[in-house]
Design a binder for this molecule. Structure first.
Ligand SMILES: Nc1ncnc2c1ncn2[C@@H]1O[C@H](COP(=O)(O)OP(=O)(O)O)[C@@H](O)[C@H]1O
Ligand SMILES: [Mg+2]
Length: 336
């Protein structure tokens, strides 16, 4: 293809394209980039409002998009020479080696052009990514807590036991018992936190056993009565479905206790021909669903978690309570 044709194609794109060298000098820009920014060939592309301010280590690249570990895309204010004002752009870059030198292709997009639909799609993908990353991180932290910190505290506890009988002074003995008590409590807390971060039982024993054990812990910890009914016999749930359902219940229970001040919580799982259904009902203070929905991240994540496994969740509540969180997972999809 002739160079002229390439230029025509790039000029017709609905995105601004700017090619810069490693000193940020503009070697080429398409018509749209020129109109958007007012930059000219030979100009040095300024840093965006974020990169200008961000702290960088000695030798580190200031531009977040040209970084060793670059972001796929990024939105920030960029100083333009058009009317001398800063404009908000979505930006992404690709590094390309040309004739032995390294160039960067900077793609500029006016966020106003991104359609609402596209925006929602990106938001959804981001949330799903965040949830997946969160799970990975939680697993890693749970392992560290269990295998390192908990072992360390336990060794200290055992070490103390070894010197216990040498302490004869009454004052030191009571001091010793306090330290012993603190270590025991810390071990309990680590264990509780580890389970919360990654209910190991999910991987080993499945949702039913994990829920049973969690309900026992919640009863003690939250001082709330629980009824658990798990009537799923036909379906063998995948680990992914089990984990997402467990996280949903965890959030619903925390919300019932924390926001609703519930004293009774019922968790119910049933199945039909092609779905499994769940309900979490609490007798707490309730809330105005229309007003509150998706103001916090918890409900939003619950919704997204269900969408990830072909399911749905809905809330039925009013001020004064009760609150019903219910939904289903479609089992027709063999991927589940
Ligand atoms: N079971 C519940 N009882 C009473 N209020 C609730 C309940 N679940 C959710 N809410 C209300 O919905 C809001 C949003 O919940 P959520 O998205 O989990 O965010 P967060 O828990 O971080 O506040 C809560 O702040 C609370 O006002
Ligand atoms: Mg919450």
């Amino acid at each position: 293809m002739k160079l002229e044709w390439f230029k025509q194609v790039v000029d017709d794109l609905s995105e601004g394209v700017v090619i810069i060298n490693k000193d940020r000098v503009i070697h080429y820009h398409n018509q749209l980039a020129k109109e958007m920014t007012g930059w000219e060939l030979g100009d040095v592309v300024p840093y965006c409002s974020y990169c200008k301010m961000r702290e960088v280590a000695p030798g580190e690249e200031r531009c977040i998009l040209a970084h060793e570990d670059p972001l796929p895309s990024f939105q920030a204010h960029m100083p333009t020479y058009k009317g001398k004002k800063e404009t908000s752009f979505e930006m992404s870059t690709t590094k390309i080696p040309l004739e032995g030198m390294e160039f960067m292709v900077l793609i500029l997009r006016n966020p106003k052009w991104t359609s609402e639909k596209e925006r929602l799609k990106i938001k959804k993908l981001l949330i799903r990514d965040t949830i997946a990353t969160q799970e990975k991180e939680r697993k890693a932290i749970a392992m560290e807590l269990h295998d390192d910190i908990s072992q360390g505290v336990y060794s200290a506890f055992l070490g103390l036991q070894g010197v216990k009988h040498h302490i004869t002074d009454e004052n030191y003995q009571s001091h010793f018992r306090k330290i012993e008590g603190t270590l025991e409590k810390t071990l309990d807390n680590i264990q509780r936190l580890t389970k919360q971060l990654r209910p190991q039982a999910i991987d080993q024993f499945g949702l039913k056993a994990t829920l049973k054990s969690a309900v026992e812990d919640w009863k003690k910890f939250y001082k709330v009565n629980f009824t658990l009914s798990y009537q799923i016999h036909e379906y063998q749930l995948s680990k992914e479905v089990e984990l997402q359902l467990f996280r949903l219940i965890q959030e619903a229970v925390t919300n019932a206790v924390r926001h609703g001040k519930a004293k009774e919580i019922m968790i119910k799982f049933t199945e039909s021909e092609d779905q499994i259904m769940f309900q979490i009902i609490d007798d707490g203070q309730g809330f105005d669903v229309g007003q509150t929905k998706f103001k916090g991240l918890g409900l939003y994540h619950m919704k997204e978690r269900m969408a990830m496994i072909n399911g749905e969740v809905n809330w039925d509540s009013k001020i004064g309570g009760p609150t019903k969180v219910e939904g289903y997972v479609d089992m027709n999809n063999k991927g589940c």
